[in-house]
Design a protein around this ligand. Structure first.
Ligand SMILES: NC(=O)c1ccc[n+]([C@@H]2O[C@H](COP(=O)([O-])OP(=O)(O)OC[C@H]3O[C@@H](n4cnc5c(N)ncnc54)[C@H](O)[C@@H]3O)[C@@H](O)[C@H]2O)c1
Length: 333
């Protein structure tokens, strides 16, 4: 099998995560890593045995032999980096969210179609055995239908200024919730039809992140699907430093409850107190994601999650933000 040449753009948390994941995939050569931060880039290259490192994106993309590029840059750069990589003839695995605007996502889709490259969006949770099992259970109706999937959580103000910023990361409704907006479509096998949300911005004026134009960081939201299933999230990324508010993640149905335990476990409780548990499920989400993307590129098949999935999730995030602003229910068209 011919080795696939891989380059990673971004040497922050996800850049390192992608490098580690790619290094587990058979017949892959880690050719390059690029980041404006030279120290970080060199450290990532040394840690993962990458052949060369660069501090500007043009050089990183011009490297010979690169077939696949992982885009692991702050979200506002996804469009420019993915388009440049596809124009240079590379297949692209771009981190979620696809982008911060519909216009950017559509430009990425148009570029993919024009160049004929593969564009995958890294919804890594689709590669969890836990969610695959949950999807089967829901299809079999083990807890009945429709269901309510509820997630709640709270974290202290995030340490990366860009991620909290309206025009760079989009805050948690764009950055984190997109995982749920993607997985719910897949789990329920249905499209979102209505969104209602209320939100607040706890971190406004936070002295630890001066100059940030904070996007809504705290919200209670509901998404209704064509199947009648409902997803709810109540979360904050604006809690004071040193605090957190972890919450349960469960699927409630007319015939029982499924509790998600971390990324590796599922507990099913049914009428009369009957319980069934699964533990130690395959949770190598990033390794599985890289392997699946390599397979799609080699076989010329669509990626597990493509740009249309990215756009669909983004539309729900934007509908949530609109519902918060207007106080009305919004259809995520
Ligand atoms: N799938 C997941 O589970 C998951 C988890 C976390 C983050 N993400 C996504 O991954 C992406 C990256 O997030 P992260 O947590 O790695 O961020 P990060 O801040 O840790 O890393 C981003 C890197 O990009 C570099 N950078 C910024 N501007 C650049 C430029 N113009 N040219 C080259 N390098 C530049 C920074 O120096 C930094 O090292 C985001 O889109 C984020 O939403 C996904």
């Amino acid at each position: 099998m011919k080795a696939l040449g891989v380059a990673v753009l971004g040497a922050g948390d996800m850049g390192n995560t992608h490098l580690a994941a790619w290094s587990k995939v058979e017949s892959v050569r880690l050719l390059g890593v690029t980041d404006v931060d030279a120290r970080r880039t060199q450290a990532a290259a040394e840690k993962h045995g990458v052949e060369r490192w660069f501090t500007n994106l043009e050089e990183g993309l011009a490297q010979d032999g690169v077939d696949v590029v992982s885009v692991c840059l702050p979200s506002y750069l996804h469009r420019a980096a993915s388009v440049a990589a596809m124009e240079a003839g590379k297949d692209v695995l771009c981190e979620k969210p696809i982008s911060l605007t519909v216009e950017d996502a559509q430009a990425m889709i148009a570029c993919r179609d024009r160049t004929g490259r593969t564009l995958g969006i890294a919804f890594c949770k689709r590669h969890l055995a836990q969610l695959a099992q949950l999807r089967e259970w829901l299809a079999e109706g083990v807890v009945g239908r429709p269901v309510m999937y509820r997630m709640s959580g709270g974290l202290e103000i995030r340490f990366k200024p860009w991620i909290m910023d309206r025009s760079m990361g989009g805050g948690p409704i764009v950055d984190l919730c997109c995982h749920y907006f993607d997985q719910w479509r897949w789990l329920f096998d249905a499209e979102p039809v209505r969104v209602m949300a209320m939100g607040m911005t706890f971190a406004s004026g936070a002295e630890e992140l001066p100059g940030v134009d904070f996007q809504t960081d705290t919200a209670a939201l509901c998404v209704e699907y064509g199947s009648g299933d409902v997803g709810t999230i109540s979360l904050s990324w604006g809690l004071p430093r040193g605090t957190s508010a972890p919450g349960p993640e469960q699927v409630l149905g007319p015939r029982g409850v499924v509790t998600l335990e971390g990324f590796k476990g599922l507990r099913l409780a049914r009428k009369g107190g009957q319980e069934e548990s699964l533990a130690d499920l395959d949770a190598d989400l990033y390794g599985n994601q890289a392997a699946a993307f390599a397979r799609a590129v080699r076989e010329g098949t669509p990626p597990v999650t493509g740009a249309e999935d990215g756009l669909a999730a983004l539309r729900v995030s934007l509908a949530v933000l609109e519902s918060i602003e207007t106080g009305r229910a919004v259809e995520p068209a």
